[in-house]
Design a protein around this ligand. Structure first.
Ligand SMILES: [Zn+2]
Length: 236
């Protein structure tokens, strides 16, 4: 199956160690080589990770009915449950991409979502997801709390993109940026802030966004947040 996934809204978190050769954003997306995320695999030792198994295991570990997941904010639990039921009903697919060819994804994007041929879809960027697991140092259960939190917040972020409120045209930069501002803010106010209050570990970008929104008094039009999100949206 070959899909051209160019109309996606993504969720980007930064790697712990950025790799200078790959963070050169001066290349236009057309010139940018399809990113060869094999470097960490070469360095990372354990290369035998079945990513589709890992995606399923990590998702299962977030089951909102499990006692250990009761700390998750209600908004996150509802969205995770929504994904489960939609998926079972065949109304939502979760797709693991081996590479980002034929997509508008940036190599830092962990996941993305969109309506493809009329059907809602959440896409996991395989190479980036592998790095995410290797950085977390757990590629199989039990996953670390930070891996679980980051993955949960990414999924919640994508469900916000899949809402009816998203009327943005993904091909248009201003539209896309406005939609990212809406999604990051909504997830921040409903999930990230509560998780922070509980001292839950999470990716620094989530904290950076939360700090920016606080300094804007949580207003929807937040220049600081725009500055954080613009660079990655510009590279699509
Ligand atoms: Zn997004």
């Amino acid at each position: 199956m070959i899909l051209a996934l160019i109309g996606l809204f993504a969720w980007t978190i930064l790697r712990q160690q950025s790799r200078p050769s790959e963070v050169d954003t001066s290349l236009s997306s057309a010139d940018r080589p399809s990113l060869p995320p094999t470097e960490s695999r070469a360095n990372g030792g354990d290369t035998n990770v079945d990513l589709s198994v890992a995606v399923n295991q990590l998702f299962s570990s977030l089951d909102p009915s499990r006692p250990e997941n009761q700390y998750l904010p209600e908004f996150a639990k509802e969205r995770i449950l929504w994904i489960t039921t939609q998926k079972k009903a065949g109304k939502l697919s979760i797709i693991l991409l081996k590479n980002t060819d034929n997509t508008n994804l940036y190599f830092e994007d962990v996941m993305a979502s969109g309506i493809v041929e009329g059907k809602p879809m959440i896409v996991i960027n395989g190479p980036r997801f592998l790095d995410f697991l290797l950085e977390g140092e757990r590629t199989s259960p039990p996953f670390t709390q930070r891996e679980r939190n980051d993955f949960a917040m990414g999924l919640v972020h994508e469900t916000v993109h899949l809402e009816k409120d998203n009327t943005a045209n993904p091909a248009n930069f201003q539209d896309r940026l406005a939609e990212e501002l809406r999604a990051w803010r909504k997830v921040d106010l409903n999930v990230v802030r509560q998780m922070r209050r509980l001292n839950q570990p999470m990716n620094p970008r989530l904290i950076e966004v939360d700090d920016a929104l606080r300094s804007c008094d949580d207003k929807a039009d937040c220049e600081l947040l725009r500055e954080i999100l613009s660079p990655t949206e510009q590279t699509r």
